[in-house]
Design a protein around this ligand. Structure first.
Ligand code: SAM
Length: 289
């Protein structure tokens, strides 16, 4: 296994392939040797598992995943990295890279095609510019995965893993809670990357858990309400939901009262049980079940 966190190995590769880091593609490669083995171990890279990796860089995490899992399929948008991976990943015949934008990848089809008979998990050091869209893509597809283990900016980690009903929560926290449970596994300092970003990072894990998906009667309505409420988080729910749902303030107040919520409630005060009751009350009233 090549030591891809070694600075002189990286410099040789940069020179040989004339590679320059693209800021626009979020290319901050890991150079701290202790991080990738930890992501792989927490992230279910083990016998019986196929791993989807998002964004390979030079293959630093890919190699750790391929060492441990039965198969690794990576999606990497930057075609300049494909010849580099041909070299750095040459010893792994259980590794395959698809040169594609993850946002355009049919992940359900990929899992069916590539991972027959295997359990599946997602691992990545995510490009930060698309953290939320990628996480939403993974969750909304309700992929048959055991876990999603990803490095994100520390602030994004705090929001993703926040408790509903607290200041730190947001629409994406609600989305995570709809599909599963999230936790922060460990923090990673900015000096662990080349080039170093100007923020620290954290590795989080989301495990599917359908408690709330099964309790909420109308998924589309849940997401409309959550997005509408958090888009105007400083306002009371009466105000934010009346514009988001096109209903009068009186109608929203009635629904809040029927749900047992204060008419001055704001989105940061509701835990998942309260959101569930609120959405189900709306759903019953509008006959949307
Ligand atoms: N895994 C490597 C590491 O840890 O050193 C690289 C991580 S780097 C933060 C993010 C990687 O995602 C880069 O290789 C970048 O080219 C790739 N990437 C950026 N946008 C992408 C997209 N839309 N689809 C797939 N890969 C993408």
């Amino acid at each position: 296994m090549k030591n891809l966190t070694n600075i002189s190995v990286i410099k040789q590769l940069l020179e040989k392939y004339g590679f320059t880091f693209s800021k626009g593609l979020g290319q901050n490669f890991l150079i701290n040797p202790s991080v990738c083995p930890k992501i792989a171990e927490y992230g279910f890279a083990q016998e019986g598992f196929g791993i989807i990796e998002i964004g390979t860089g030079f293959g630093t995490l890919s190699a750790e995943l391929a060492e441990r899992a039965d198969k690794v399929v990576a999606v990497e948008i930057d075609s300049r990295l494909i010849p580099v991976l041909d070299e750095t990943m040459s010893e792994y015949n259980n590794f395959k890279v698809i040169n594609e934008d993850i946002m355009k990848t049919d992940l359900k089809a990929l899992i069916e095609r590539e991972f027959s008979g295997l359990k599946v998990a997602v691992c990545a050091n995510l490009p930060y510019y698309i953290t939320s869209p990628v996480i939403m893509l993974l969750l909304e597809n309700e992929l048959p995965v055991e876990a999603i283990t990803v490095m994100v900016q520390k602030e994004a980690a705090q929001r993703l893993c926040a408790k509903m009903g607290t200041r730190e929560s947001g629409a994406i926290t609600a989305a995570v809670n709809y599909y599963g449970k999230a936790e922060t596994l460990f923090n990673v300092s900015r000096g662990s990357f080349m080039p170093a970003p100007n923020v620290d990072s954290a590795v989080i894990q989301i495990r599917p858990d359908f408690e709330y998906r099964d309790k909420i009667n109308d998924k589309a309505l849940f997401f409309r309400i959550i997005k509408g409420a958090f888009a105007q988080r400083r306002k009371t729910l009466v105000n934010s939901l009346s514009s988001a749902l096109g209903m009068s303030k009186g109608e929203i107040t009635d629904v809040l009262e029927k749900t047992g919520l204060d008419k001055n409630a704001r989105c940061e005060q509701l835990d998942m049980e309260m959101w569930t009751s609120l959405v189900n009350t709306f759903s019953e009233l509008t006959g949307k079940q």
